[in-house]
Design a protein around this ligand. Structure first.
Ligand SMILES: [Zn+2]
Length: 318
């Protein structure tokens, strides 16, 4: 758990950029205004000196009340004059102070020792973006699932409620899920949304079509590419294997898949598998060893219905 270093660096860089931008804008404005209206500098010096004047009166035991009243009157006059000059120039004195994106933390990312919400948001967004870049997929949300495409809306809405709660409460202790059903009924959409929710909470997530992930492992194994994809897949807080069953068959894939699923089971790391295969087909394709591990420990989530892309097409034509 914890955001990837790159995600931290990008978020911290963004905060630094916002901070410098705000300060730069304030400094540039001040430089421009004081060059144009030297009187502004005089007025500011005068106002800054007034606290010292009052302090001197207190120490010297003069007519403190009278001096305070006089200083206040002069300050108000100075402020009015300053405001008038700035208004003529189309500016306000407030812009002399840096206008931070986040007023709460002045774009430092922290309020005292507490991380500010703006920093948290940057980290969550960065993690989600990184995931979508790694997987090459557009991120999805459970909220844009359209229930009108499902015949059994009640069943689907219950399934989505379960998924929403799973995503919101995701942790290293979460169960593994098996999303199964025919093509085009939202399995990829849901698995990607769950991956994105876990990533936004700061968990390391690996996501991809099974064929693509295993293909990458194979290239690395046979020295045709560099990387440690196998380790990343085994170690991620959440692994999402999309579209299991469409990958090539062969002993390398079979063994790698078994090792991956088994390792994650033994280390108690949650895995989400989506597949068009029925439980019986899983068994005949992968053998008892792999199938029994998946069917015996993953929570089965049946997706039912007709291909949504097909339905959308028919709706448009109809
Ligand atoms: Zn902030």
């Amino acid at each position: 758990m914890g955001y990837n270093q790159e995600v931290y660096r990008v978020a911290a860089d963004e905060l630094a950029r916002r901070r410098m931008d705000a300060e730069h804008r304030a400094n540039a404005l001040r430089a421009r205004i004081t060059a144009q209206f030297p009187r502004v500098t005089e007025l500011e010096l005068q106002m800054r000196g007034s606290a010292a004047e009052v302090a001197r009166a207190v120490i010297n035991g003069g007519d403190v009340e009278g001096i305070v009243a006089e200083v206040r009157r002069r300050n108000e006059a100075a402020q009015t004059e300053l405001a008038a000059i700035l208004a003529d120039a189309g500016e306000t004195a407030a812009n002399f102070a840096p206008q931070y994106t986040c007023a709460r933390c002045a774009d430092t990312g922290y309020v005292g020792s507490e991380m500010c919400d703006c920093f948290r948001r940057l980290l969550a967004d960065g993690a989600a973006k990184r995931l979508s870049r790694l997987s090459g997929m557009e991120l999805t949300s459970l909220d844009d699932m359209d229930l009108s495409f499902y015949k059994d809306r009640l069943a689907m809405s219950k399934l989505l409620d379960f998924c929403r709660s799973y995503g919101e409460n995701f942790s290293e202790e979460s169960d593994s899920l098996l999303l199964f059903g025919p093509t085009g009924v939202g399995k990829t959409h849901v698995s990607l949304a769950l991956a994105s929710m876990a990533a936004q909470k700061g968990y390391s997530v690996m996501y991809g079509p099974t064929q693509q992930l295993l293909g990458q492992m194979e290239r690395e194994h046979f020295g045709r590419d560099e990387g440690n994809t196998g380790e990343l897949l085994a170690d991620a807080d959440l692994l999402v294997l999309d579209d299991l069953g469409t990958e090539l068959t062969g002993s390398f894939y079979q063994v790698s898949l078994y090792n991956l699923i088994n390792t994650r089971l033994l280390t108690k790391r949650p895995t989400i598998i989506s597949t068009n295969l029925s439980p019986a087909e899983l068994q005949s394709r992968y053998g008892v060893q792999i199938a029994s591990r998946i069917l015996g420990t993953y929570i089965p989530l049946p997706f039912k219905g007709d291909d949504i892309r097909q339905q959308k097409l028919e709706r448009r034509l109809g």
